[in-house]
Design a protein around this ligand. Sequence first.
Ligand code: GLU
Length: 436
Amino acid sequence: MSDTLHVPPAQDSAASTEEEYEFFKVVQGYLRHAAKLVDVPDDVLTILSQPKQEIIIHFPVRLEDGKVHLFKGYRVQHNNILGPYKGGIRYHQNVSLDDLKALASMMTWKCALMGLPLGGAKGGIKFDPRQYSERALEKITRRFFHALGSNIGPMYDIPAPDMGTNADTMAWAMDTFVNTVGTRSMSSVRGVVTGKPIMSGGTEGRVKATGQGVVHCIRYWAEDNDFDLEGSHCTIQGFGNVGSYTAMLLSKMGVSTIATGDHTGYLYNPEGFNPHKLMEYVRKNGAIAGYPAGEAISREDFFKIKTDIMVPAALENQIGVIEAQNIDAKLVAEGANGPCTPEGEKILLDRGIEVIPDVLANSGGVTVSYYEWVQNNRSEHWTLEEVDARLETAMRKAYRKTKELARQCNTDLRHASYGAALKRLAAVYRERRIWP
Ligand code: GLU
């Protein structure tokens, strides 16, 4: 056991050895395959194969050094036939148009699968938020949302937290937006973003929602497979919002998280981590590096650990061929968006490891975002019990629908989740047609 955490070059390291992992092409591949399975007309596929709008903004911010820095911000609006565009804002040094196109389209599939009256979008700023003070983050956020202007709105496009952003970011974003619409409209537009702090119009249960959805899916899988979760093991890649709440909620069901890792390295603890303590440590220190109760291991070893459930909850493109060959688990539940490459997933499935895909597994976040938006529009505040009960019903329904379609089409859960989403979108295009 070593007590100093070695810091491997794990930071955002990718599974794919290709220079550029073309995430959008990967998602388009899933889309095309799923469209064939559920017989979606070519016209609908053509429309859905590209986002409706891609906004790129270079905006200046004067920072603490007194100088003006130029940032590159994006908002990709994929589709709004079901309702306003919806999706997170990501702050990360690797943010790119291609990734955001993939992620925005996945929001369209998630909302359609979950039966929400919302479309899909994703945005972000290409920078490393860890290098900036809170004051600077607030300025950058406000300047970005000011620059987005009327490209967002509570009935048009509703951002939310994603990687590198949180409830604070959403409070600043909302405050900036409401201050630009004129005094008389201020209180009616709080629903312009979701994932806000509760006192500023957020909902109960949003912070844990994505992890909660992942855990519901794991529970349904366990029920289907007669698997006793009590006393079982889990490994979690990423200990941010999704990973940490997944660990915490799993621990309530008797599942121990025996290994985890983030951009600063990986830790193993065969006794299981105390998720509350680790969460508290990460809140204070920003990462798991230096956490005393665990053995530092490499990224490679992390993927070799024998476990029951593996939850990738970090970045896309993490489980490629090598990782998939090494993973020793019964289930991979995708907390992150796009963590498995198609090649990696094929190996997992061939080896009998079930994969609950992102579009289903992590859709609890946007579902509770929808509840927040409804509460804002109705000036209501629901109890945690109400939010939890609604989420459980919605997740169970989506899980069952996906399983059933997978059975009918003789396909895997990923293509079934895309298929279920596509069926709903195609039905609406069939009814409304294209005009003019
Ligand atoms: N960023 C989250 C996701 O990828 C949540 C989006 C939302 O709440 O709108 O699903």
